[in-house]
Design a protein. Structure first.
Length: 126
């Protein structure tokens, strides 16, 4: 079976900064991976190229064994690729309690200090 995604000799440069240099990796269908590295090591840049936010300066990306050009997130989405960003930008800044409540099933937003106190009591069994 071919790989779901293949990166071949990917390089991305920002001015004088080389974010990724000759990076190759294979991702198999059904595989769950973790990409580890220090801050500034190019992890997010690589994922941004796979998900269409950046375009590689050199190298190629293959999806299901076929070379593809992923020029924007729409292209990536059409190929079945999406990225969950480490800094989710679609919601407001919340307090710690509101962040916990965000994961609750009832979907109610905590709006007042009184609500926070009530909701904190609701969360104690967790």
């Amino acid at each position: 079976m071919e790989n779901a995604i293949e990166c071949r000799h990917i390089t991305k440069v920002f001015g004088k900064i080389v974010a990724n240099k000759d990076v190759s990796m294979d991702i198999r269908h059904g595989e769950i991976l973790s990409l580890l590295g220090e801050n500034g090591s190019g992890k997010t840049t690589l994922m941004n190229m796979i998900s269409g936010i950046y375009f590689p300066d050199s190298g190629e990306i293959l999806v299901n064994g076929k070379p593809v050009e992923i020029r924007d997130p729409g292209d990536a989405y059409k190929l079945g690729i999406a990225m969950v960003h480490q800094h989710f930008k679609l919601i407001d800044v919340f307090t710690a309690l509101e962040n916990i409540a965000l994961g609750l099933n009832d979907g109610k937003k905590i709006r007042s200090e009184e609500d926070q106190g009530r909701r904190a009591e609701d969360l104690r069994p967790l």
